[in-house]
Write a protein of this length. Sequence first.
Length: 280
Amino acid sequence: MQTFESGGLQSYPNPVTKEFQLSSRFWLVHAVLPALAFAVLLVAFQELPIDTYVARHWAYDATVNRWIGHGRWWAEDLLHTDGRDAILLVIAGLLITIGGGLFSPRWSAARGTAIYLLATIALAWGLVGLLKHVTDVACPWSLLGFGGERPHVGLFSPRPAGFGPAACFPGAHSASGFALFAFYFAFRDRRRRRARRLLAIAILIGAIFAFGQEARGAHFLSHDVSSAFLAWFVALGTYRVWRHPAPRRRIALQEPRRIPRLERVPADAQQHVTRREFPR
């Protein structure tokens, strides 16, 4: 298969060699430090009123009891509806690439990468969507002090009686933008500069989606920060499986025992041996 050397989404071989082995520095930068940062931020959001403070100072106008993005075309239509459709177009493009790879040799080179990108985006989006129904966190627009009637309960706090089901943590819309982290990992082994640019684009898209949702009152800051970290870890995990699979154990086979090769004896020698060793 071809490599990213020729540009585009071409796939490349998956050898487990020193060139492609992941160093301890890679895991420190891409896994350990993000995990520590995520844990610290979760505790900070739980113990400190960061969400409500940020929301009151820019997204919620207490003088009119209204979120600044509520009913606004730029938040409702442009960033939410059109933003979702843009991600669906990316998914459609990946599906076309995967399907085209079955019939076109030129497209088949990009098929493996497209499968990785599609799987990562789907897993990130799906994981966040699942967690929304597990965490039972209410949306900001339904809370007391923000135009609603429900109490504000932290992620790890017990739910009061009659709290009712809620599904607003983490933020699914921003997760669809942060899921584009997959493009960074798809290019990092061959095109580091392009990979960093794609990483910056993914962060920007996810942050813009988060801005729109927080302006509408659909999410707090912690909801979208959590989505970013979850999408990052999903992309990292799928990248580990796709590009750097664990080496398989090989069973050592014993070499077959060599049988000594018999030399051919001349005919006159055979007669001599026969007459001498086996007399009649």
